[in-house]
Unconditional design. Structure first.
Length: 169
């Protein structure tokens, strides 16, 4: 999967090879084993080096983008992932159609938890579904207050970037 990322103001081309535990940044290849140790906390293992990483999702990134605050080795980075396919299609994780908001997967991965059921009332920012990609878990949150109209995935399902996960009305 090819993405663009803006990291602390600098743009980079990223290629994710999820099945191989490898990713490329600007044609430099990295083999990294990622292990989640807590909510938003990860251990990154590359060769003999181990790094503790903290990731926090930021809101309001815009169409086709997901933003994070990432802290590694005492330094903090603002990271915005830009999915060119979603930019072209005009999709966002909060696309509004006739009063409904769609929650879509930002990248390919596996559904590890469904936090609410269809028919449940949710507030804006409430966690709905957790998607795991490259051993990192991303909680997909409700973009608005309302009722969950549908949950379109089940635990263990594999999803692609842009797949519809749930609808909030």
């Amino acid at each position: 999967m090819k993405l663009r990322a803006e990291i602390s103001g600098n743009e980079h081309q990223i290629v994710l090879n999820l099945g191989e535990g490898r990713f490329d940044v600007d044609d430099r290849q990295y083999d990294v084993d990622v292990q989640q140790v807590g909510p938003g906390e990860y251990l990154l293992k590359s060769g003999d080096s181990v790094y503790k990483c903290r990731v926090e999702t930021k809101h309001g990134a815009g169409a086709g983008m997901v933003s994070f605050a990432v802290a590694v080795r005492g330094r903090s980075y603002d990271v915005t992932i830009i999915d060119p396919k979603r930019l072209r299609s005009g999709q966002t994780s909060a696309s509004h159609h006739a009063g409904a908001a769609e929650i879509v997967s930002p990248m390919p991965g596996k559904i590890v938890r469904v936090l609410v059921e269809a028919g449940a009332s949710v507030e804006a920012g409430t966690g709905v579904i957790v998607v795991e990609a490259m051993k990192m878990q991303n909680e997909m949150k409700s973009p608005k207050s309302g009722t969950i109209v549908s949950i379109n995935v089940a635990v263990g399902a594999t999803v692609n970037g842009g797949d519809l996960l749930a609808v909030v009305e």
